[in-house]
Each structure stands twice: as structure tokens, then as C-alpha cells.
Design a protein around this ligand. Structure first.
Ligand code: ADP
Ligand code: MG
Length: 607
């Protein structure tokens, strides 16, 4: 998983040293203006631009600012490393010369992953595992969907899990701990200062312990006196392992805090991670807010919700047959349809009680309806993904009942139209990215949904979406790329691609079309697509080459994705693999931008 915004640049080398950079430039001919970009070791999220001029090398460090922009000291801010390089290729603006020729990476030189990238990935995994009790594929999915938020979250708390962090102990206790056992040079620990204002660093050198106060500037950055500034304490520690930056020695082995290792035995010393140049707001890790419809919480992470736990091991509770006495049914109706209604309930299992939604079949005696529900259950039974509503089982009692996990905040279209004021565009992008992840999973498994629409995207909470309603879905045969319906039924025509309407052909590509309509609904806050048109008129509208306009709140890049989903010919239409990529990259790009108050802090002049 890489979120480095420079990863796609052909002249980006990743984490290489200055001398490696110079070597590459030499091999590429040393022409004036020859340049490459590499990761900066000093400032996380920063880069170094290495340029040739007059047979000499010039290295400019590019800092990532708190508001998410990038700049060379004294230069203009740019929204990304690509934009910055483009700018300097037209205007030297203080550099020795303009950037003239990129020093391209050869195919056998992969981008070198930085030490921080690896640590961050490990830390994310550890966090997700411990906090949400997730493993395997569910963990990977959670990480992909929430990487930017998780990175921010982890930055605030990462040090607490480090073996070298000893919490609130005083200087004497610090010395006692350092003097116990071997005392190699560089053995160190970090503790809270007694007044808890900042951290203190205690280091052994020549059998003596030296204490340093970590300096915190107004914007919250941490450093040694006059030293390089970092966003988090663990980044500073990592840096001090490489450079003394004023200390008597570089940091060596950690003086291990017994308590930390007791609590998290699975956390070896090399498991450290952090964000890309981000100063995190204070936030407790252990908040587990309850899912609620009316109380929107933009800070909520999707999986911080009551009832998420069961999913990491669906087999514990996923029994196809549910006994009637395991089910408590509420009078509350969550929704209704032709088949009957969906009721709220509770499922009792050995593992505890779980809130469930129960689809109750009204006319049991009609074999046709019953078969339909059995088919829906059969499909759902084969699916397992965090962004797809899980079926927990079937219960055949007074009625045939399909028991599903509960998505308490209800259908996306309703949620958005009633919570217009509290749902941000970023929030919608995050949700639609999750939907694209669920759909990508369906595409991989060769299932076609055939009823993807905002009404069938259910919310667990404001940040967590799941695809539901598999009433029309089909599993394709291994060799089939589409399902052909013999006769048209009660179809959601406005969500259907031309090949569905004209030839009754359904594929993942036609689901992509529906995804585009669903995006349109989402970005218009639950608006009705093709407002005044009848279903049959929509066909003509599409055939004439027209498409719906961009909803007012919809970002341009999201409208581009939408219109790509509405590519007439399905061969030319992107698949969900591609759609998910586009959604992910936009989601990451806007989630890593700072909030307004942080942008203000960044506006203060820093040295
Ligand atoms: P239909 O085929 O009639 O559209 P759905 O499966 O979409 O049936 O369910 C109808 C309604 O029931 C949904 O719009 C939603 O309000 C509610 N519902 C269905 N499943 C759930 C669930 N798992 N959690 C919460 N509400 C649900
Ligand atoms: Mg439905």
C-alpha cells in the first residue's frame, strides 16, 4: 500500500541517499537542468529535488506544510510534488536553473521504499488488528478504506506502543531503569516531562545518563534544541538514531519498558509507523461511539461501532439455519417491499447478542416468492466483505426469514437527504469509495448485483457503508461475462446501462453504470436521478448522447468518474478495479489535506 503522491512520477526514486542520487544523475549525462526527485529523510512527507547545473549537483529540500502544500524554502506553495516540479520546469524562481530534463528511473530500478513507509504499514496493521479485532482480508479492506484517517490517528498514539516510551516517570526513575542491565552507548528511553508539557529523552553515554528536554514549538512540532523539527516524537526518535542532532551520541538500543511489552507482546521493536508530515489533533484512541442515525459524528471511523466485532470471524455466528428461539423480533419495521417487510431484531448466539435486520416473507405459500428469497440468501451466503451486508442465516418458522447484520443508519439516499447539513463532500467520497470496494469484490467473485442504487446502500453509521439487497443478483458462471435475462421484469430502468435496456445483458460493467447513477444520487444528497423523466424516456435521453449534469456539490474529479461510468459502450467503460482506484486516489488526496484551523497554524512564519 503506497499513498506517496510522488509514486507515479517517473523521475521519483523513493528513499535513496544523496550520493545515490548523484550517481543516477551522472549516469544520465549531467546535462544542465537534469533532475530527479527523492524522499526526504528529515521531514516526513517531504522530498528532495536534485538538480544538475554546470556539472555540479544542487539539492533542494521540499517540505510538506501543515496545510498539505509543498514548497521549497522561500518558494511558492504547490498542491503536490508533481505540480511543484512542473512549476519549476517553467520558472527557475530562485533555483540555479529551470528543470529541463527528468532523470528517468529505469525499469530495473524500483522506487525504494523508505523506512518510514514500512513502519507506517506495520503500525496500521497492528492498530487495526488490536482495535477492531480484524484479520486477514477484512483487515486489508479496512486499511485501504481508512488509510488517511488511520494514519492521522496513529500519529497521535504511536509512541505509546513503543518499547522505549516509559510514560510519566521522573528523572531518577529514568536513570534507575537505564542503569539496570547492560549500559551500551546510545541506550535510551523517552518519558513524559514531570509537568507533562513535553517529552524528555534520557540517553546513556560512557556509563553516564544524559537528559534532554524535547522542544515543542508553537505549532506543536518537536525537536532537540536548534534541531530538526518533527511532527511526532517517534519520528524524532527515528531521526536521532541516524543523526545525533546535538546529543552526545546517536540513539541506540531502546531501554525497554516492561509494561508496554507486557501489554502488547506482539509488537516487536521494529514495528513503528507514522503519518506523512501531519500534526495530529488530540484524540483518544479508545473512543467507541455507538452507531446512531441522528447524531452524526464526522470523527467516527467506520469500524468504531457497536456490533462490528462479529464480522472478523463470521463463522462463529454464520450459521445458515437459525433456530426460532435464537431470534427476538422487534415490532419496529425498518422497511418494506413486495416480499413483505424488514424488521429489527436481536440474534442470540454463544458469542453474545447481535442486532439484526430480518427480512420477513409475507406470502410464504407462494412458491415463487419463497424461491426468490432462497436465491437471495444463496447469493448472500457466498459473500464476505466489510462493505457488503452480511447474511447471518435463514430462519424457517412462522414465516421464512432472512437474518442479516443490521445497518442502523439506513439507506444512503434517505440519510443524505435528512442530514444535508452535517455530511461533508469528503464524507460522501469516503462512503462511495467503500461502495466501490464492495463492488470490486463482487466483480472479482463474478457476481452481478443488478440493483445497485443509493436506496440499496445501507449505512452502519455516517462513515460506514454496505451494499445490500441482492434480490436481483446473479452469480455468473466461470466462463460467462454477462447474464442474459429472458424477459424484462420490474426493473430499475433509470439505473440501467444501455445494454441492459436494449439486450437484457447484465455484467459487472452494467453495475458500473449503476454505480455512476448511485454516485450522482449521493453527491446530490439523495436527489432523484433524471428528475422529470419517465423510465422509458431515459433510454432515449441516453441514446441521444445526453447525460445528467454535475450535482452542485460534486467535485469535478468525481463527476469525471461518474461520466466514465456512463460510457455508452461497455467495452470502453471502466471496470470496478479501475473505478475503485480512481475513488481511492481522490479519497486519499482530499483526506490528507488539513482542516482549516490547521491551515491557519501553518500560516505562521516558521524558521
Ligand atoms: P427490497 O428488495 O424490497 O428493496 P431491501 O433488501 O432493499 O428490499 O430492504 C428494504 C428496506 O429494508 C431497505 O430499504 C432498508 O430500509 C431496510 N433494510 C433492509 N436490510 C437492512 C439491514 N440489513 N439493516 C437495516 N435496514 C435494512
Ligand atoms: Mg431495496
Amino acid at each position: 500500500m503506497s499513498t506517496d503522491p510522488a509514486a507515479e512520477l517517473p523521475f521519483f526514486y523513493g528513499c535513496i541517499s544523496r550520493s545515490d542520487a548523484e550517481q543516477h544523475l551522472k549516469l544520465a549525462g549531467m546535462s544542465d537542468g537534469l533532475f530527479l526527485l527523492r524522499q526526504c529523510l528529515r521531514s516526513l512527507g517531504g522530498y528532495v529535488l536534485s538538480v544538475v547545473w554546470n556539472l555540479d549537483f544542487h539539492h533542494y529540500s521540499i517540505e510538506k506544510q501543515l496545510n498539505g502544500t509543498y514548497s521549497i524554502a522561500g518558494g511558492k506553495p504547490h498542491c503536490g510534488p508533481a505540480e511543484l516540479c512542473e512549476f519549476y520546469s517553467k520558472d527557475a524562481d530562485g533555483l540555479v536553473c529551470m528543470l529541463k530534463k527528468p532523470c528517468l528511473r529505469s525499469p530495473d530500478t524500483p522506487i525504494r521504499t523508505g523506512v518510514f513507509d514500512k513502519m507506517r504499514d506495520n503500525m496500521l496493521r497492528e492498530y487495526v488488528k488490536q482495535t477492531w479485532n480484524l484479520e486477514g482480508e477484512a483487515m486489508e479492506q479496512a486499511i485501504i478504506s481508512q488509510a488517511p484517517q488511520l494514519e492521522k490517528l496513529i500519529a497521535t498514539t504511536a509512541h505509546e506502543k513503543m518499547p522505549w516510551y516509559h510514560g510519566k516517570i521522573n528523572r531518577q526513575e529514568g536513570e534507575r531503569r537505564l542503569y539496570s542491565g547492560a549500559q551500551p552507548d546510545g541506550k535510551f528511553l523517552v518519558r513524559d516531562k514531570e509537568d507533562a508539557s513535553t517529552f524528555a529523552l534520557s540517553v546513556v553515554y560512557g556509563k553516564t545518563v544524559y537528559h534532554y528536554q524535547v522542544i515543542q514549538d508553537k505549532s506543536g512540532k518537536l525537536s532537540m534544541p536548534e534541531g530538526t523539527k518533527f511532527d511526532t516524537i517517534w519520528q524524532l526518535v527515528e531521526y536521532l538514531k541516524m543523526k545525533p542532532d546535538g546529543l552526545v551520541t546517536v540513539l541506540g538500543e531502546a531501554c525497554v519498558n516492561g509494561k508496554v511489552t507486557e501489554k502488547t507482546p506482539s509488537l516487536p521493536a521494529n514495528r513503528r509507523a507514522g503519518p506523512n508530515g501531519y500534526t495530529p489533533p488530540p484524540r483518544a484512541v479508545t473512543v467507541v461511539p455507538k452507531a446512531a442515525t441522528a447524531v452524526p459524528d464526522s470523527e467516527l471511523l467506520p469500524m468504531d461501532c457497536a456490533g462490528f466485532n462479529p464480522y472478523h470471524n463470521p463463522n462463529e455466528i454464520k450459521k445458515f439455519n437459525i433456530q426460532r428461539d435464537q431470534l427476538l423480533m422487534d415490532e419496529v419495521e425498518l422497511g418494506s417491499g413486495n416480499f413483505g417487510c424488514v424488521k429489527k431484531g436481536v440474534l442470540r448466539t454463544d458469542a453474545g447478542q447481535i442486532d439484526v435486520a430480518i427480512k420477513v416473507l409475507k406470502s410464504d405459500n407462494e412458491k415463487l416468492v419463497k424461491d426468490e428469497m432462497m436465491r437471495e440468501a444463496e447469493i448472500m451466503h457466498q459473500l464476505s466483505n466489510p462493505f457488503i451486508v452480511r447474511m447471518l442465516g435463514l430462519c424457517n418458522a412462522e414465516h421464512l426469514m432472512l437474518v442479516m447484520e443490521m445497518a442502523a443508519a439506513g439507506p444512503l439516499n434517505k440519510f443524505l437527504s435528512t442530514n444535508k447539513d452535517t455530511v461533508t463532500v469528503e464524507n460522501i467520497v469516503n462512503l462511495m469509495h467503500q461502495v466501490s470496494m464492495g463492488m470490486k469484490y463482487l466483480e472479482e467473485k463474478n457476481f452481478v448485483h443488478r440493483d445497485l442504487a443509493a436506496r440499496n446502500v445501507l449505512l452502519v453509521n455516517q462513515q460506514f457503508a454496505k451494499i445490500s439487497d441482492f434480490g436481483l443478483s446473479k452469480a455468473l458462471g466461470a466462463d460467462d461475462s454477462y447474464y442474459k435475462a429472458r424477459t424484462a421484469g420490474k426493473w430499475p430502468l433509470k439505473w440501467y446501462a444501455p445494454e441492459c435496456l436494449n439486450f437484457h445483458k447484465f455484467s459487472s460493467k452494467s453495475d458500473v453504470w449503476s454505480f455512476g447513477i448511485t454516485m450522482w444520487e449521493a453527491f446530490s444528497y439523495g436527489g432523484k436521478p433524471y428528475k422529470k423523466m419517465k423510465g422509458t424516456e431515459v433510454g432515449r435521453f441516453i441514446e441521444s448522447g445526453s447525460r445528467m449534469e454535475r450535482p452542485a456539490a460534486c467535485p469535478e474529479r468525481m463527476y469525471t468518474v461518474m461520466t466514465e461510468c456512463w460510457t455508452y459502450k461497455q467495452e470502453d467503460r471502466p471496470d470496478f478495479k479501475k473505478v475503485e482506484e480512481s475513488m481511492r486516489s481522490y479519497h486519499y488526496s482530499i483526506s490528507s489535506k488539513a482542516k482549516p484551523e490547521e491551515a491557519e497554524a501553518a500560516a505562521e512564519p516558521t524558521k
